[in-house]
Design a protein. Structure first.
Length: 521
């Protein structure tokens, strides 16, 4: 692929990371508009910003929301010189309270935490709010709000309980929003970000994805040098993209290792063999079903399950690395894996993704490389298309590394594995008959640890309760329940109960994320 290199400095928005869940999502949304973004620590000094300006044309600064309230955390020490430099600033969520606090703005503690979609009233359609409606649906996750602004600021929008939801500085290009424009559920979030980048900061869209691909390939080349690497290839889009990037960088110095831990979907191993046999990549399959099942004997706690699987993956990779002489392990980790595992500064552990929080402390590799660590799934999909990965890989629904093991609640037994595989196949077949499949992020089943009474062939049986989960999402940080028709749900339920003798009840999970997560464990 030809890479266009710009001779002039590219227009850049700096995102100051205050530790919130959505920080890197802001970066993704900016890149989506073909503008480069660089994520930097929240306590960056004005001097370091000046250094960055030598490399990039810094046109604006966004302060990401933090993960704690301004009362609880001492992360809110923003150097005031950054606000005085004349560079436009957009502060989000509780970060905007940081702007007003030193100026005597009053932050009110609200008792009920406002999570989810909220309606705000926009009083002035100016600046970043240009073109918005009087009533806007926005995504807010707040436990504090502003009830009073200092004289130098002007309110632009408010919540139903009278708190200030957006404001601007009277004399400087400084804006604050209590909501998250970067989250898909904010109806006109893209408009707000575009207003900031193009109208307020006057950015030119001059950044291209090819630049990022080249950067990732170069990084792998530099890190591995004369060494060798193996990559954990699960067949999912993240590891598939990382494999193609790594193969570009390392050629025959790379071995792709696919571990069949026994919790893959029906037909998966065969499909992956087929896809990758067409690529010029050293590709090996490790049949490890028995050893994983043995390690998981007696394990019921979800975090323990994840960690046990994460550790066993590493042990298999270490063994394969010994055989091929590899010193480096490459993984397809993407940003949400890191943030949910609580590995970003100030982020909280939600669940240990197998390739991040599930890793053992001692690892027999010189280094683990994660070329996609700053990207979200939608960006990985774009890269996948540019790398000419086959359509079935690009559109494949995300699948967790620990596989169906995190869709079986409680003890893992051969029977439950069989049930989850068969019910998952039924859901896939029925959804794929409709036009829903393309719109959904994921659709699958969970075998719960609950049993319920049923009657089959006039005989009472005490069978499993299987749950169906289907969600829409853009990047898995938030998700909404898919509105599947009752006809389709009925077909799925009838097939599951008639084709799987051990199941007596089928239920549909109607919970959004948050408060739920997508996977049950
Ligand atoms: P949750 O359940 O946290 O999932 O809402 C968000 C997205 O991540 C996937 N997921 C994982 N992916 N290793 C992965 O590679 C993991 O351990 C893991 N856990 C969850 C999940 O399927 C969803 O798309």
């Amino acid at each position: 692929m030809e890479v266009k290199r710009t001779q002039t400095k590219i227009d850049t928005i700096l995102v100051l990371d205050f530790g919130g869940q959505y920080c890197h999502l802001i970066g993704g949304r900016i890149r989506e508009q073909e503008i480069y973004s660089e994520i930097v620590p929240h306590d960056i000094s004005p001097k370091d910003i000046e250094l960055l300006k030598e490399k990039f044309n810094v046109k604006g600064v966004i302060l990401s929301g933090g993960s704690g309230s301004t009362y609880e955390q001492d992360i809110s020490k923003l150097d005031p010189k950054i606000l005085e430099s004349g560079v436009p600033v957009l502060s989000l969520c509780c970060a905007h309270q940081i702007l007003t606090q030193p100026n005597d703005g009053k932050v009110k503690r609200v008792n009920c935490k406002e999570y989810g979609i909220t309606c705000v009233t926009v009083n002035a359609q100016v600046g970043v709010l240009k073109g918005l409606k009087n009533k806007e649906k926005v995504w807010m996750n707040k436990s504090d709000g502003i009830c009073d602004l200092p004289n130098s600021f002007e309110p632009l929008a408010h919540t139903d309980d009278g708190l200030i939801a957006a404001f601007m500085h009277k004399n400087k290009p400084v804006y604050g929003l209590q909501w998250h424009p970067e989250v898909i559920h904010t109806e006109n979030g893209t408009q707000v970000l575009q207003n900031f980048m193009f109208n307020v900061c006057k950015c030119q869209a001059n950044w291209r994805m090819e630049v990022l691909i080249e950067k990732m390939v170069q990084e792998i080349k530099t890190e591995v040098g004369e060494g060798r690497a193996i990559i954990g290839l699960s067949g999912g889009i993240d590891s598939s993209v990382s494999t193609v990037l790594a193969a570009r960088a390392l050629n025959e110095k790379l071995t792709a290792v696919y571990v069949d831990h026994g919790f893959m979907r029906e037909g998966e191993t065969l499909a992956i063999r087929e896809t990758f046999s067409k690529f010029k990549i050293n590709f090996i399959v490790v049949e490890a079903q028995e050893r994983f099942m043995k390690k998981l004997e007696g394990v019921t706690d979800p975090e323990c399950k994840r960690k046990t699987i994460g550790e066993e993956f590493i042990r298999v990779f270490e063994e394969e690395a010994m055989k091929s002489g590899a010193q480096y392990l490459i993984q397809g980790t993407i940003y949400p894996d890191i943030i949910e595992s609580g590995f970003s500064k100030n982020s909280k552990n939600i669940k240990s993704h197998h390739n991040v929080g599930g890793l053992p402390e001692k690892i027999g590799f010189k280094k683990i490389l994660e070329p996609l660590r700053e990207l979200y799934k939608d960006e990985v999909r774009k890269v996948a298309k540019m790398l000419d990965l086959p359509k079935e890989r690009v559109n494949r629904q995300p699948f967790p590394g620990p596989g169906l093991a995190v869709r079986i609640i409680g003890l893992l037994t051969e029977e439950k594995v069989r049930i989850v595989k068969r019910s998952d196949k039924i859901v896939r077949e029925e959804i794929e008959k409709t036009d829903l499949a393309e719109k959904l992020w994921q659709y699958f089943t969970i075998v719960t640890d609950t049993k319920a009474t049923g009657a089959k062939d006039d005989t009472r049986i005490y069978g499993y309760v299987v749950a169906i989960r289907a969600v829409e999402s853009r990047e898995a940080m938030t998700a909404s329940v898919a509105k599947i028709s009752y006809d389709t749900l009925e077909k799925i339920s009838t097939r599951i109960t008639s084709e799987i003798p051990e199941v007596t009840h089928v239920v549909y999970d109607i919970t959004h994320k948050p408060p739920a997560t997508i996977e049950w464990e």
